[in-house]
Design a protein around this ligand. Structure first.
Ligand SMILES: Cc1cc2nc3c(=O)[nH]c(=O)nc-3n(C[C@H](O)[C@H](O)[C@H](O)COP(=O)(O)OP(=O)(O)OC[C@H]3O[C@@H](n4cnc5c(N)ncnc54)[C@H](O)[C@@H]3O)c2cc1C
Length: 394
């Protein structure tokens, strides 16, 4: 009987395990997750957006898997009774200088065959009555969901199909043994005929344990959120985004209605001092050393020093955060927002300092390593899973 071991109980690992149980009903599929619940890291700390796929280079894995993935995610939610909503999104140009970028985004969205429409300020206000804009891009197919809920359902499906989701099992070593791999964890050993590494913020370390030399290193970028006070939630109907700067993979602070009715503002992007560094106070010397000794990070820092400083200032100042939001919705003030947690993105950075833009999945003999799965990987997860399950045997 073939044994598949998946490291990581986030949405990519669970979706992959689910796909493997569907394709190989006689195999054993085991998910190993170090925390005591699924979706404990990126998946449980994100904006909950089902992205349509506007931003991504046509033909890239992100573009293809996001577009297909958003449809699969909606179908999955329908099938399993998970609440979701296709609320649409508005990307807002707040001054004339942003118009060329907004138009470029429109072209890209059309190339990705998405239902988008350039709108005038008056039309934009029909979607979002409280925004200020000089023009907007409306994306009809964007939605919202709770990805942690999706994960709980995926874990149940894996177990119903005979697989195992083992919580509290941290992978600490990998050793080849003939054609198999011995996976050592804090709770015991597993033998894998096939190993799938979906360890998110630790995926490069797991790859190194498996004897691989990954082409990029994971650098953790924290994204901090505020939340609108309940009395001000009516300022936002759906999703309001700025025009992103194409040099950066992050989309800029935005306003997001969540599936529970709350409205989140953020996330920003600051270098985290621990791979699971959800606040400035969480510092892990090993993770700091990993970042500080990586030439790729210094090259990136030199290129984007100004951007980095602005993000740090916005992290420390509620005033500045509120001012960024007020560009989109002028009525918003610092009194309207309260702190609301953070997420840490696993962003792969190459040695030359470039941010790895596309999903990065590397293959070894009977191994797959997911080495860059930032946003929109939650949206795309069911399609990433199909891609991995196919490539594993290619
Ligand atoms: C702030 C923020 C906002 C985002 N917004 C969106 C959005 O709106 N829409 C969208 O599509 N995407 C969004 N994303 C991206 C999305 O959340 C991620 O792409 C996705 O969750 C990645 O899933 P994953 O399974 O690869 O990683 P994770 O969810 O991080 O899961 C990896 C798991 O591996 C486990 N693990 C690590 N090391 C070990 C080990 N040694 N042994 C055992 N287990 C281990 C971890 O505990 C973790 O549970 C956002 C991300 C962030 C951080």
């Amino acid at each position: 009987m073939t044994r598949y071991v998946v490291v990581g109980g986030g949405i990519v690992g669970l979706a992959t395990a689910h796909e493997l149980t569907r394709r190989h009903p006689h195999a054993t599929v085991t998910v190993l997750e170090k925390e005591d619940h699924v979706a404990a890291h990126q998946t449980g700390h994100n904006s909950g957006v089902i992205h349509a796929g506007v931003y991504y280079k046509p033909g890239s894995l992100k573009a293809r898997l996001c577009r297909a993935g958003s449809a699969s995610m909606v179908e999955f939610c329908e099938t399993h009774g998970i609440p979701y909503q296709i609320c649409g999104k508005l990307i807002v140009a707040t001054d004339e200088s942003e118009l060329p970028r907004l138009h470029a985004l429109h072209e890209r969205a059309l190339a990705n065959e998405l239902p988008v429409r350039l709108v005038t300020p008056a039309e934009a206000r029909e979607y979002e009555p409280h925004i200020a804009s000089v023009a907007g891009l409306h994306v009809a197919s964007t939605g919202i969901v709770d990805y942690a809920h999706v994960c709980r359902v995926l874990a149940e499906l894996v177990e119903k199909a005979g697989g195992t989701v083992r919580l509290g099992a941290r992978v600490v070593a990998l050793q080849p043994d003939g054609d198999a791999i011995v996976v050592r964890t804090t709770t015991g050993e597993h033998r894998a005929d096939y190993l799938v590494n979906c360890a998110g913020l630790h995926s490069d370390r797991i790859a190194r344990m498996a004897g691989r030399r990954p082409t990029a290193r994971i650098i953790p970028f924290r994204g901090e959120y505020y939340e609108l006070r309940p009395s001000r939630r009516d300022l936002v109907r759906g999703l309001i985004y700025p025009v992103p700067d194409p040099q950066f993979p992050f989309l800029g602070v935005h306003l997001t209605r969540m599936i529970d009715g709350s409205v989140h503002a953020g996330p920003n992007a600051v270098l985290a001092l621990a791979r699971e560094g959800y606040s400035w106070g969480r510092v892990r010397p090993r993770d700091v050393a990993d970042v500080a000794t990586y030439p790729g990070l210094w090259r990136l820092a030199r290129k984007h020093l100004r951007y980095g400083v602005t993000e740090v200032r916005r992290s420390l100042s509620r005033n500045l955060f509120a001012r960024s939001l007020a560009r989109l919705v002028p009525e918003l003030t610092r009194e309207d927002i309260v702190r609301a947690g953070a997420g840490v993105r696993a962003q792969a950075i190459a040695r030359d300092g470039s941010l790895v833009d596309d999903f990065l999945i590397e293959y070894g003999p009977r191994q797959v390593h997911v080495l860059n799965a930032p946003s929109p990987a939650a949206t795309s997860s069911l399609e990433i899973a199909k891609h991995i399950a196919t490539q594993l045997h290619a």
